[in-house]
Design a protein around this ligand. Structure first.
Ligand SMILES: Nc1ncnc2c1ncn2[C@@H]1O[C@H](COP(=O)(O)OP(=O)(O)OP(=O)(O)O)[C@@H](O)[C@H]1O
Length: 276
């Protein structure tokens, strides 16, 4: 397997059918992501970041082009690609433990459709669930329901659920977008530590320039839609492990930050249409 081209996106286009006709969302998207790489997708609202992430997740098929993961064409969702959404999408009637267990059961349990892999027993599935909750610091809240925990904790459950599947690829769509700044910073730090441990390949959609620079190896900047494409790719050449406090005064950090801000607010300045 070519680990430098773990995810390969080749000439991808996505056009949506709408009541007003067809809408070209993405055009000419080609990108490779190496195994273990952390890539952020950034761009103005509505440019097509989620559309691209959904294509990698296999939740939609492109109008043109191909997407490949681990040498196999992406033709639908797969357990090797776990998705974390902004709204955590937990089942409210289940406890945190049960929400994670459900995903673990589906991937490793008797209903697992991965052929040739023996199903794990309940004790093994429980151990996996406990380990995933421990990884995000939620062991104590395992028996609580989503309605009884904070937004940051809910998001942690969503991340635990994704990690519990031991995915090769973690796809995150603004996972911290709905959180306050302090909780967000804490979860970013936790994510850095978790990814350093699991060595997952990550593709993350974000609006947040600092988040993109702090977490990523490369930042993929999308142009404004319609027909959005990749405008620029910035390599974030900062050593790991990264500390947000130390980076705040690091000139390399400031340079990366400026490059993204320049792209977003100078070259891709959003032209607000005057109200008719
Ligand atoms: N199913 C769909 N049908 C029609 N148009 C769609 C569909 N999904 C997305 N779009 C359009 O495609 C464009 C890209 O949407 P997308 O959600 O990918 O943007 P985004 O960059 O993730 O936005 P945001 O940052 O606001 O979440 C938008 O103009 C959106 O209205």
């Amino acid at each position: 397997m070519n680990t430098a081209k773990y995810i390969e996106i080749q000439g991808v286009e996505q056009t949506f059918k709408t009541p007003k006709g067809s809408f070209p969302a993405l055009r000419g998207i080609s990108l490779t992501v190496a195994q273990g790489e952390f890539v952020a997708l950034i761009g103005h609202s509505g440019c097509g970041k989620s559309t691209l992430l959904n294509l990698i997740a296999g939740l939609a098929a492109p109008t043109q082009g191909t997407l490949i993961c681990a040498n196999r064409e992406i033709k639908g969702p797969g357990p090797e690609r776990a998705v974390v959404f902004q709204n955590h999408s937990l089942l409210p009637w289940l406890t945190c433990f049960e929400n994670v267990y459900l995903a673990v059961e589906r991937v490793f349990g008797a209903s697992s459709r991965v052929t040739g892999v023996p199903a794990e027993n309940k004790a093994q599935l429980r151990a996996r669930t406990d380990a995933a909750l421990a990884l995000v610091g939620l062991s104590a809240a395992a028996q609580k329901r989503p309605g009884e925990i904070s937004g940051g904790m809910k998001q942690r459950v969503g991340i635990a659920r994704a990690l519990s599947m031991e995915p090769q690829v973690l796809l995150m769509d603004e996972p911290f977008g709905a959180l306050d700044a302090l909780t967000r910073a804490k979860l970013q730090d936790e994510l850095l530590a978790i990814v350093a441990k699991t060595r997952s390949t990550v593709v993350m959609v974000t609006h947040d320039v600092d988040e993109a620079v702090l977490l990523s190896d490369r930042i993929v900047m999308l142009t404004n839609g319609p027909a959005a494409t990749i405008g620029e790719i910035l390599a974030v050449d900062l050593p790991r492990p990264r500390s947000r406090v130390a980076l705040a005064e690091d000139t390399r950090y400031l340079h990366c930050r400026k490059a993204v801000i320049d792209f977003l607010y100078t070259r891709q300045a959003h032209v607000e249409k005057a109200a008719a």
